[in-house]
Design a protein around this ligand. Structure first.
Ligand SMILES: [Zn+2]
Length: 268
């Protein structure tokens, strides 16, 4: 019963008129938006309405949350929801915004009983049980302004949230069927191993080698490449592109601003 009520509420939110201020922010900060087909633009703005109504934003380290921050982050996050049945990142309640990268104390497992302690700079993070996400505003903004450099903090962190929707952080989001899962698992395993091997051999790769950390990071990094370098990804990793395209129900190479120069394979 509650679900029906919530869906009705969301439908109303999606049909609300979009404030001109939001359109101006999107025009300034999110060049990918105007390349989308009109129907996708409309759907995306509807999702942004729901997202901004349901998620809490908090400023940290002196940040005062502005509409520019809210709209810039929400519009990127909601790109991941287009064309799919979605519950709007249900495990995420609060987005914490820092002005820029922040330092964390970190324990890193090296081998056996050896752990390394240190202070490390970070731009963002989210966790399955956190209910929150941390984002550095400068990186969230610059990631959006260049939609084809292959790097996008917001898409990366929200891809982790999609991964959590089936309750495990394993690089496998909630897929449609067993057949989808089988094919996904096979392709991801192969591509992950290839990225690890290339990373160890020092061979340049299209995918950020941070994706070689574990399967969850691989999915997040592959999502960044899918939306930011889709033409290169389709050419160099056709099976990975196909799996992501089936999951996201999108073909971003059709509206990408990625230039042929950028799309050339590394080293060529
Ligand atoms: Zn990550």
């Amino acid at each position: 019963m509650f679900a029906i009520f919530r869906e009705r509420r969301r439908r109303l939110l999606r049909s609300r008129p979009v404030p001109n201020e939001w359109r101006a922010i999107i025009g300034r900060n999110l060049p990918f938006f105007e390349r989308l087909p009109p129907n996708d633009q409309k759907e995306l703005l509807g999702h942004v309405q729901v997202f901004l109504e349901e998620k809490r934003f908090e400023g940290c380290a002196g940040v005062e949350v502005t509409n520019e921050m809210r709209v810039t982050i929400a519009t990127q996050a909601c790109l991941l929801l287009l064309h799919r049945r979605t519950d709007y990142f249900p495990r995420l309640l609060t987005i914490l915004i820092y002005p820029s990268g922040y330092i964390v104390d970190e324990e890193r497992h090296l081998e056996g009983h050896v752990w390394e302690q240190g202070r490390k700079g970070r731009l963002g993070e989210t966790g399955r049980a956190m209910g929150s996400m941390v984002l550095a505003w400068d990186a969230a903004k610059s990631g959006a302004r260049d939609p084809s450099d292959g790097t996008n903090l917001v898409l990366h962190e929200f891809a982790h949230q999609l991964d959590f929707e089936d309750h495990v952080a394993d690089g496998v989001p909630a897929l449609g069927s067993r057949g989808d899962l089988r094919s996904w698992a096979e392709v991801m395993k192969m591509e992950f191993a290839a990225l690890r091997a290339a990373d160890e051999a020092g061979i340049p790769t299209l995918l950020n080698t941070y994706g070689a950390t574990n399967p969850a990071e691989f999915f997040a990094v592959a999502t960044e490449a899918f939306f930011e370098r889709p033409r290169a990804l389709r050419r160099q990793h056709p099976r990975l592109f196909a799996e992501l395209s089936r999951f996201f129900r999108q073909e971003p190479d059709r509206f990408s601003s990625e230039s042929e120069l950028v799309a050339r394979p590394a080293g060529a």
